[in-house]
Design a protein around this ligand. Structure first.
Ligand code: FAD
Length: 370
């Protein structure tokens, strides 16, 4: 089977990798747009403490977190050891003890069918600061041992390289869907035409434009996020847990002193990929409020990414109604590094006619088409 995947963020890279493992003849095409979400992402894999109640969404992110160790092992076996994935645990901060108890209650309940959550423990303020020394003195926390961090850029590269080892062809370019008798019959890249049995669109926030060219009103919206990479002086950050302060900001440690602080949530910014003074002010002031040690860190790099959201903040995957031969997945929003590798594997199964674990009827592509 000849299959083309348009867009190689985490979702397209994973889809192509899983298809290549199944023996499909895969061409993966990417335009490396500035603002690719995967490249900017923070890397938190910890879906279980979320207060969101949507069960369909939770099933996806929970399965995504559970799938990681198996995938990483498989990639390592094929020689891809640079994935940036590590189970470092997460600490969720609060200075209200009752809130921490509620969090523990929720996590323990969820552990019933998600043993991968691991240990759940309340940490004193001193224990909390010991684990992430840049933090203020006054936060107790809930610690969850099964949480992980992952470097989206590194994992994406590992998946693409592993797919190439399985025979996939990775191309840079701007792809357009090629129509034949109203069906998706392949793609055009500049003057070149490549035919295929199926075309998969995993183009993140840019899928709207790609589908509009074939008359489909695909409703994916973009939320801009600015994020900051810092260097902590003389600290062994490689085992530091993910930190989730109250609110929507977070901090992560990566090897060699790297600390990541994020991120903004800008719904009205469109495709503006500038790093703004206001964005950096917001990220830094919130980070320093919970972690005064950030004050003395070196600013190393800023990144900007566009989180793709489909209606109802619910991801979609499946065949594209009204366009035979086309499949898509999108809308991974703020949890796409968590869900993306797994959803890519599900999408690969679907396209190959295999049974999926997730029911595509719960993630209807039709709901994202106007
Ligand atoms: P993208 O990564 O945006 O990839 C889409 C790709 O398609 C791009 O490379 C683009 O160039 C390509 N493309 C588009 N159109 C075409 C075309 N016509 N031809 C060729 N190529 C095309 N998730 C978590 O789970 N944990 C986190 O901690 C986390 N933190 C985040 C922090 C930030 C700052 C951001 C921005 C996101 C974060 N996310 C996180 C969310 C996650 O990054 C996204 O949900 C996920 O990366 C989306 O992946 P994607 O493959 O759908 O899209």
């Amino acid at each position: 089977k000849r299959i083309i995947v348009i867009g190689a963020g985490i979702l397209g890279a994973s889809t192509a990798y899983h298809l290549s493992k199944k023996g499909a003849q895969v061409t993966l095409i990417d335009r490396q747009d500035p603002g690719q979400a995967t490249d900017a992402a923070a890397g938190i894999v910890c879906p279980w403490l979320s207060q969101r109640r949507n069960k369909v969404w939770y099933r996806l992110v929970k399965s995504g977190a559970k799938y990681y160790p198996q995938l990483i092992k498989e990639l390592e076996a094929s020689g891809e050891t640079e994935t940036g994935y590590k189970r470092v645990g997460a600490i969720s901060l609060h200075n209200d003890d009752k809130k921490l108890d509620k969090m523990i209650e929720r996590a323990v309940k969820r552990r019933g069918d998600a043993p991968e959550i691991g240990d759940i423990r309340k940490l004193t303020a001193a224990e909390t600061k010991e684990r992430f020394p840049l933090l203020a003195e006054d936060f107790a926390s809930v610690y969850v041992s099964g949480a992980a961090r992952v470097d989206g850029r590194a994992l994406r590269h590992a998946l693409i390289r592993a797919a190439e080892k399985n025979g996939a062809d990775f191309r840079s370019g701007d792809a357009k869907i090629l129509l034949s008798n109203g069906c998706a019959a392949g793609v055009k890249i500049g003057q070149e035409t490549i035919e295929a049995d199926s075309v998969i669109v995993t183009a993140g926030v840019w899928a709207k434009e790609l589908f509009s060219e074939v008359g489909i009103d695909f409703q994916v919206s973009s939320q801009k996020a600015q994020i900051l990479h810092l260097q902590a002086p003389q600290a062994d950050t490689s085992h530091w847990p993910v930190v989730m302060p109250p609110g929507s900001q977070y901090l992560l440690g990566f090897p060699e002193g790297k600390v990541v602080a994020g991120a903004t949530h800008e719904d009205e910014a469109g495709f503006d990929c500038r790093v703004t003074a206001g964005g950096m002010h917001e990220v830094l002031s919130k980070a320093i409020e919970s972690a005064p040690g950030i004050h003395d860190c070196t600013v190393v790099e800023t990144r900007v990414g566009f989180r793709p959201f489909t209606p109802g903040f619910l991801p979609v995957f499946g065949a594209v109604p009204g366009l035979d031969g086309a499949f898509t997945a999108n809308g991974l929003g703020a949890s796409g590094l968590t869900a993306g590798p797994y959803l890519g594997s599900e999408l690969a199964k679907l396209v190959m006619g295999e049974e999926t674990e997730l029911d595509p009827a719960d993630y209807r592509v039709a709901d994202a088409i106007g």
